[in-house]
Structures are given as structure tokens and as C-alpha cells.
Design a protein around this ligand. Structure first.
Ligand code: FAD
Length: 390
């Protein structure tokens, strides 16, 4: 069994406040998240109370305006917080990232009145959010979504099914993309739907390979009535809002991936230095030393890539290309590093006695969510080569 706690990652942080934040996160991780992670993931238990604690501690609205209850933190700090959370438990790190994604539309495109009314509760008032874009028949081709919102007086009536919704059934609010006009991306509008809206119901959560503590469910909208005051942005602007949220969300996924990879490397190093074969620690053998060196290099490269993209965003510069590159590279690196960590532990790595098999199962989903890595390559190629000819 491991006999040495992993060393915390040395982080370059821009302010004293950011250093205090990371210290606070490490304290919460050590006391409230890490000790229960393996057992609760195994049992498929969603740690709702951890999200309440994070909200009370000011950690659910970090990258948003303090005038509306946010933390005013640059993305480079917020993402490193996500990385620390995901290293302890992906259900929590990814959950915070999805919550931020759900707040993005209102924070960026809502009116002053809408932001004043809703944002403080969303960013620091204990509420948990979800982001509803995918549907059973539209994943990568999200612009073909079919959920409809039809105007009736001052209200909209939403009907349809959303699929794969993280926090589906447990969220307090849903940012929902629905069709209000023509086919394709220009006929989509965003809405903020309360979790207890009449006509809204969640299916039994999906049985997943990993992140079993994070509920992922279909959501059924059966004539859900939403006032026009809960429409976010203009009619037809929803798809542009959704894509802009995803640019930022992809950075969150990249940071979570590096967290999972770092946790796997730490475990692999601890094990390799303790496990003896042929009269020596297995960490003495060059075959493993080089493997561990490659794992560490992938992690540092990924961290540098997501931080470089975050710093562009923080400077108000375009970062869509870099966000796609960071998501692609970091999640592929996490898959490779976690698979190699299982190899370092040999047979023990393949058992649930050690967390590396969980990390490997968790890494897989990060190559799929918020645009599969095939879709990231399409985005990057459009920046590099230009649009396809047809
Ligand atoms: C655990 C989990 C949580 C999720 N959470 C959310 C959430 O909170 N909100 C939400 O809206 N969605 C969520 N999703 C959905 C996720 O974003 C989609 O699964 C993803 O976008 C892929 O869509 P799909 O599963 O329908 O696959 P498809 O789009 O059907 O793709 C199938 C395969 O075809 C490939 N492919 C598709 N088009 C192309 C192309 N043009 N070129 C090359 N390859 C292509 C894909 O890469 C993939 O390998 C979640 C998914 C999972 C598994």
C-alpha cells in the first residue's frame, strides 16, 4: 500500500489571494473530498453537501464578477482550483466546471435585471447548475437539436428531451438551448429554467464506466412554461452563446484532465518507490523511470498549454483555438498517463485496492465531453487550414 503522501504541485500563482485560495482548496480536499472519494464513487453517491460547502466557501463562482457574488478570479487561478479538485475527485472538479458553464450564459449575455435577480444565488447562494445542449439524436451536431420553445403570450413553452445532462435531476437551475426558429444554428435560443419547473422530470441516471457519483441523466421537458424574462440573449442567439460557453468550458475540462493525470502519476511514483522486485525498488529500473518521466512531461506540457490559453482569455484575447488544443492535448495525455499508471502498479493497478483504475476510467470521459476530441481537431483544423470547401 502507498506509504508516502504525494507532494503538492508547485504552482505559479499571480497574487497572494490566489495562493490563499489554493491553500483553502487543499484544506477542503484533504478534509472533505479525498477521504470519501473512492468509497462514494464505488457506491455512486453524489456529494451534494460538498457543492454546498464549496458555494459557502466562495468556490462556485470564482471566475465571475464580485458585483454579482462571484470571486473575480482570473481563469488561470480558477482552472488551477479545478485541477486540485479533480485530482481528488473528478465528480467534484468536473461538477464545478459544469456549474460554471451553466452560469456563463446569464453572466455574459443576461440583462442587468436578470443578472441582479439570479446570479448571486447561482454564484454563491448554494444553487447548483446544469447545462443542457445535447439530445438523444444530436451530440456532435448540436445545432440540429430538436427541443422546441414556442412563444405563448409572455411565456415560452418548452417541449423535448435533453440527454447526458451532468447534474440532471439534482440541479437547481438548467441553462437550456431550445429551438425557437429556423433549422440550424440560427434558430436556437437560451433559457434559464428552474430545477423545480412544472413539467420538468429526469430519467434514471445513466450507468457509466466512471464518474459514477456524478448523475448524468436525460431530462424531459413536457410543456415547461418559462417567462420571457428567463430568455437569455436575443432570440436566435442561443447557439453562439452555447459555443462561447464551450470555449471556456473546454479549458475547465483540460484542467480537470491534468488533475486526474497528476493524481495518477503521484500514485505511480509512490508505488514504484515502495514496491521491491529483484531486490530493488521497481522505480530503479530504467523501463519504469523513463515511463514516469514521460508521464510527468505530458502533465507539465498539458498544464502549460491550458494556462497559456487561460492567460489569453484573461487578457481579453481570442482563445478558441488554444482552448480546443488544450482540451485535446490534456485529455489525450490524461488517458495515456492513467493507462501507464495502471501499468506501473502491475496487477495491483488493475484492482480497486488502488485508485489508478478509477483514474483510467475517469480519464476516458474527458475525451468525449464538451466536444469529442475528433470535434476539437475539426475546430483546430478550421483555424489552421480554414473552413472545409463544402
Ligand atoms: C458523462 C457525460 C456527461 C455529459 N454531460 C453533458 C452535459 O452536462 N450537457 C450536455 O449538453 N451534454 C453532456 N454530455 C454529452 C457530450 O457532450 C456528448 O456525448 C458529446 O458531445 C458527443 O456526442 P454523442 O455522444 O452524441 O456522440 P456522436 O456525436 O454521435 O459521435 C459519435 C462518434 O462520431 C464522432 N464524430 C461525430 N461527428 C464527427 C465528425 N464530423 N468528424 C469526425 N468524427 C465525428 C465522434 O467524435 C464520436 O466518436 C455528456 C456526456 C457524457 C458521457
Amino acid at each position: 500500500m502507498p506509504d508516502r503522501a504525494p507532494q503538492p504541485v508547485d504552482r505559479q500563482l499571480p497574487t497572494e489571494e490566489a495562493r490563499d485560495l489554493i491553500a483553502l482548496v487543499r484544506d477542503i480536499v484533504q478534509r472533505e473530498i479525498a477521504p470519501r472519494a473512492a468509497e462514494e464513487e464505488d457506491a455512486g453517491r453524489f456529494p451534494r453537501e460538498v457543492f454546498s460547502l464549496l458555494s459557502d466557501s466562495g468556490l462556485l463562482g470564482l471566475p465571475y464578477d464580485s458585483g454579482f457574488g462571484g470571486g473575480d478570479q482570473p481563469y488561470e487561478v480558477y482552472l488551477q482550483v479545478l485541477e486540485e479538485l479533480a485530482a481528488a475527485r473528478l465528480t467534484v472538479g468536473l461538477g464545478v466546471s459544469v456549474h460554471s458553464l451553466a452560469c456563463h450564459a446569464l453572466a455574459g449575455y443576461g440583462t442587468k435585471e436578470q443578472r441582479t435577480e439570479h446570479l448571486p444565488a447561482m454564484l454563491g447562494g448554494g444553487l447548483l447548475g446544469a447545462y443542457c445542449l445535447s439530445e438523444p439524436s444530436s451530440g456532435s451536431d448540436a445545432a440540429s437539436l430538436r427541443t422546441k420553445a414556442v412563444r405563448e403570450g409572455d411565456d415560452w413553452i418548452i417541449t423535448g428531451t435533453k440527454a447526458w445532462i451532468t447534474h440532471g435531476g439534482v440541479a437547481d437551475f438548467y441553462t437550456v438551448l431550445a429551438r425557437t426558429g429556423v433549422e440550424g444554428p440560427r434558430g436556437i435560443t437560451a433559457f434559464l429554467v428552474p430545477g423545480d419547473a412544472e413539467g420538468l422530470s429526469a430519467a434514471t441516471p445513466e450507468k457509466k464506466m466512471g464518474m459514477k457519483g456524478s448523475p448524468t441523466a436525460q431530462l424531459h421537458f413536457d410543456g415547461v412554461r418559462v417567462p420571457d424574462a428567463r430568455r437569455i440573449g436575443d432570440e436566435g442567439q442561443g447557439f453562439a452563446i452555447a459555443l462561447s460557453a464551450l470555449d471556456s468550458g473546454r479549458l475547465g475540462i483540460a484542467a480537470c484532465a491534468i488533475g486526474v493525470a497528476q493524481a495518477a502519476l503521484d500514485e505511480a511514483v509512490t508505488y514504484a518507490t515502495g514496491r521491491q522486485q529483484f531486490g530493488r525498488p521497481v522505480a530503479d529500473f530504467q523501463g519504469l523511470r523513463f515511463l514516469l518521466a514521460d508521464m510527468a512531461t505530458q502533465i507539465e506540457a498539458g498544464r502549460s498549454l491550458y494556462l497559456a490559453a487561460a492567460r489569453l482569455r484573461d487578457a481579453g484575447l481570442p482563445f478558441s483555438r488554444e482552448a480546443a488544443m488544450a482540451k485535446l492535448f490534456c485529455t489525450d495525455a490524461a488517458m495515456k498517463v492513467t493507462t501507464d499508471a495502471v501499468q506501473v502498479l502491475g496487477g495491483y493497478g488493475y484492482t480497486a485496492d488502488f485508485p489508478v483504475e478509477r483514474y483510467m476510467r475517469e480519464a476516458k470521459v474527458l475525451q468525449i465531453v464538451e466536444g469529442t476530441n475528433q470535434i476539437q481537431r475539426m475546430v483546430i483544423a478550421r483555424h489552421v487550414v480554414g473552413p472545409e470547401s463544402r
